[in-house]
Design a protein around this ligand. Structure first.
Ligand SMILES: Cc1cc2nc3c(=O)[nH]c(=O)nc-3n(C[C@H](O)[C@H](O)[C@H](O)COP(=O)(O)OP(=O)(O)OC[C@H]3O[C@@H](n4cnc5c(N)ncnc54)[C@H](O)[C@@H]3O)c2cc1C
Length: 414
């Protein structure tokens, strides 16, 4: 079976690439897997302040990370469960009509999900990869060239090193170089919004609740952190985001408290701030011979639903399941027909989510009075109809849909 070179090379050791490598290495222990990343290894220390980049991970993602062998380390280090979510339209109070409350208890679950620092997830995945005998990690290794037409793919790194592989996984994020080198397109549009992120200490306890208020320029979310603070993701116009980054500490804290309608009282302390451009992107084709896209390299979504990495981890689990089953049946892991099975599985699921988040952003991020009435009526209706609410909650938790085995709590099987 071996012809020299690698069996699988994963380009990008972000959360999705590292998870893909771990699941592939576990699904096919006879294969050697190389994971390369342009950047140095992740850095995370329990004594450090919580990082600025955090993710709301669904129950499905928790299970995928468990299947990777990474969850126990993450859970033991620093995570915050959230058991409730409050979502409301800017013009109404958090508890009245036009507001919605989701509780884990509504679907008989202990939690809705967990807020986790991205660097901690990457570090735990990296440690899990280092425990797998068939995985090799290359740090500071930037992909510069890729040739896919042949018995093996040929990868060239910026430092001159060369690799050959039967399958290349493009997990190199939104600006994926491997995707461009593979000749795959990406379509999308700019949301004309920036997400301002910052960790805050507030007057009132967060109560393990995630809060999101929709304002005409975009939503502001308050996500609970393990040390009692909250992480905000405030999507707003580029001009407003630039102003928010420039405000002095006192004015910034007042602006955040006002934007959240005082849901957590006054903002007592604010840490460093950063802003990220928001774009919707989707690759119309995910695969070709010897190549498959996963995670942000295949799709980027608005952070309002906190689902970007959750979708990416489902890609990781689905690809590992399909390739693992193919290898067990004696197939070449770079076989385009095999890889298309993965694409046919994940593309419709991702498209469904992307369209839903896009629609929610359009419906909520405006000050049209007619749409305002419509969305408040919609939120009130969902809040009052328990079965409909249950469907929303289960979908957001990743408990609905065509899930890979690793997201259902099992390892990918042939
Ligand atoms: C403000 C904000 C809040 C968010 N909140 C949430 C949330 O609550 N929940 C959620 O699910 N999602 C959230 N997301 C989305 C989530 O952060 C992304 O979906 C996720 O980080 C994508 O992971 P990835 O591994 O696909 O890509 P990336 O994290 O971009 O990783 C790509 C990796 O590839 C490497 N790389 C790039 N180019 C090369 C190259 N040429 N050669 C080698 N390596 C290369 C990079 O160094 C990097 O390590 C949020 C996003 C934003 C902007």
């Amino acid at each position: 079976m071996k012809r020299g070179g690698e069996d699988i090379v994963v380009v990008g050791a972000g959360m999705v690439g590292a998870a893909t490598a771990a699941l592939l290495a576990r699904a096919a222990p006879e294969c050697n897997v190389v994971v390369l990343d342009a950047e140095p290894p992740p850095r995370w220390h329990a004594q450090d302040e919580p990082g600025l980049r955090v993710s709301a991970l669904s129950e499905a993602s928790r299970r995928v990370l468990e299947s990777c062998g990474a969850w126990d380390e993450i859970a033991a280090a620093r995570i915050s469960p959230y058991r409730s979510m409050r979502v409301w339209d800017g013009e109404v109070p958090a508890g009245g009509p036009g507001a919605i409350r989701f509780d884990a208890a509504d679907v008989a679950q202990p939690v809705l999900g967990h807020i986790v620092e991205n660097e901690l997830v990457r570090l735990a995945l990296r440690n899990a990869l280092q425990r797998l005998p068939n995985v090799r990690l290359l740090d500071g290794a930037r992909l510069a060239s890729l040739a896919l037409d042949g018995e093996q793919a040929e990868l060239g790194l910026e430092d001159g090193r060369r690799l050959r592989s039967r399958l290349v996984v493009g997990a190199d994020g939104a600006g994926s170089a491997s995707r461009a080198l593979a000749g795959l397109e990406v379509h999308g549009h700019d949301y004309e919004q920036r997400a301002v992120v910052c960790n805050l200490r507030c007057q009132l306890p967060h109560g393990e609740t995630a809060w999101q208020r929709f304002l005409p320029e975009g939503p502001i979310a308050f996500l609970p952190l393990a040390d009692g603070r909250v992480s905000i993701v405030w999507s707003t116009s580029p001009e407003r985001a630039a102003q928010l980054l420039e405000l002095d500490d006192e004015r910034f804290r007042a602006a955040v408290a006002e934007a959240g309608d005082g849901c957590l009282g006054e903002v007592l302390e604010a840490g460093p701030r950063a802003a990220f451009p928001l774009r919707m992107r989707h690759a119309p084709v995910y695969t070709r011979a010897r190549y498959a896209l996963v995670g942000d390299a295949a799709h980027t979504v608005h952070p309002l639903a906190g689902q970007g990495v959750n979708l990416g981890l489902l890609d990781a689990a689905a690809l590992a399941q399909v390739v693992g089953a193919g290898l067990a049946a004696g197939r070449d892991p770079g076989d385009p027909a095999l890889l298309r099975r993965y694409e046919r599985w994940r593309k419709p699921e991702n498209l469904l989510s992307m369209r839903a988040f896009d629609g929610i952003n359009r419906l909520f991020s405006n000050d049209n009075p007619a749409l305002g009435a419509l969305r408040r009526a919609g939120l009130t209706m969902v809040d009052r109809l328990a079965p409909l609410k249950g469907v929303f909650i289960r979908r957001a938790m990743g408990l609905e849909g065509d899930l890979p085995a690793a997201a259902r709590g099992g390892l990918a099987e042939a």
